[in-house]
Design a protein around this ligand. Sequence first.
Ligand code: ATP
Ligand code: MG
Length: 557
Amino acid sequence: MEEKEIVSRHFIEQIIDKDLEEGTYTTVTTRFPPEPNGYLHIGHAKSILLNSGLAKKYGGKFNLRFDDTNPMKEKSEFVKSITDDIVWLGAEFEDRLFFASDYFEQMYEAAIKLINKGKAYVCDLTAEQIKEYRGTLTEPGKESPYRNRSIEENLDLFEQMKSGKLADGEKVLRAKIDMSSPNINLRDPIIYRVAHATHHNTGDKWCIYPMYDYAHPIEDAIEGITHSICTLEFEDHRPLYDWVLRELEYVNPPKQIEFAKLYLKNVITGKRYIKRLVEDGIVDGWDDPRLVTIAALRRRGFTPESLKLLMELTGVSKAHSTIEYPMLEYCIREDLKLKKSRMMAVLDPIKLVITNYPEGQIEYFDVQNNQENEELGSRQVPFSRELYIDREDFMEVPEKKYFRLFPGNEVRLMHAYFVKCESFDKDEDGNITTIYCTYDPATKSGSGFTERKVKGTIHWVSAPTAIKAQVRLYENIVDEEKGAYNDKGELNLNPNSLQVLNECYLEPALKAANPGDSFQFLRQGFFCVDIKDSNLDKLVFNRIVSLKSSYKPDSIR
Ligand code: ATP
Ligand code: MG
């Protein structure tokens, strides 16, 4: 029997299918419109992957457009970081990079058109008065005394606003819609304001700037966007979006569609919180691996594929939902488990000496890089009389069900031999310093030895050829038990969010690791070479994620 492909389409795809079927649009053009006022975070990744993914699926186009209409908060630095992030995510905008500020002239002309149609007026009320006149959710607003100025007067006053004669806030241009509308957004919203500010793109050319709700539909229309996808908080703004397009008489105007944001539990995405963490020196920048900016996720070792998987698992809908961080961890493990070599690394070393192994001898084991993926090939791992093992793989007095190394017990050294613990040294403080073992040459890995079995297998690194590295282990930056925020709205910080291990030993094959490369360290997790702090003299690894997981994908939906 032929297998039937089950195609389930989310609500936005269903809208697009219908639009194409009915001929409302013949192609699909989407966009991602960031404001260059900060770094992108994992929530933005959802929007980027959704928009670029739809364009790809329908053979359409995807635009990256900087929504740089507010000169106060925007910086070129952010244009660069945002572009880098989007390229890294694999959202293909090719040469379709646009700036809303390139359309200032058209937006200005559109305002003139509205004034000429009697649909916009210059208002002298102060910001406070405008707020007062606006009314509330239950009470209608009051009309401005300036609402019925003549077209000529409005044109003249708008020209004064533009020419720089007025101070910031002295006058504004408002759309003339309906002060008694149940939707407050339609109560004569401000569409232009005076702001004597230097813009990162247009410099001092303009001293009037368009407001977001007015500018956005115009930007979309100019670029021929068909489906203008945004998050739910813009739902109430849609009537204004449509009003602007209608009054400006655009043919085949874009359609705004809202979806629910991606929220991760106990994860900080708010710009002002991250800014504070950076300024207070709690993190080492916007790309600190404990954050979930895209730059931070990349530095930590997350991949675009893992983020795509997260977006697929979380779906697209209009219903708010919060997902747990372990789901993100599941996605990165899934992506890396077959792609990365499995190496040996000792993070908390103790020396282990094999007393019956010849001094000075080095033996090499041929080890497969990934037992589940032969394509990754194999490598030579040196073995010698002196090794390092992890401190937690030895107990002087074993607890129940402890099968690793303790006096008198035999374990398997992964890929090598069985060793039996004969004795150990302790320093004055009671810390174990050296473990002495004997090995059995007959137990060599791959030799087919079956005469006896051991219950524990531990990893190790040969001491003379080991390379030293720094390894950073991370936990959530906020306290998960207390919750991210306290009563005052401040962050509950986790004091253990960063643990730096300065004396870790790795097998020598890792010497060739380049910044950004990642590996599995057997029994410990996935690790990525830090792109900022690692160099040839000092290797630095970030733990991306441990191997243990409590999360199962079908437990969430
Ligand atoms: P934030 O307020 O979280 O800092 P923002 O909305 O100010 O972000 P913009 O640059 O205006 O940042 O956002 C660009 C686009 O990203 C918008 O279309 C917005 O709807 C979308 N977006 C922002 N946060 C999320 C999120 N958590 N999930 C999905 N999309 C998001
Ligand atoms: Mg915004």
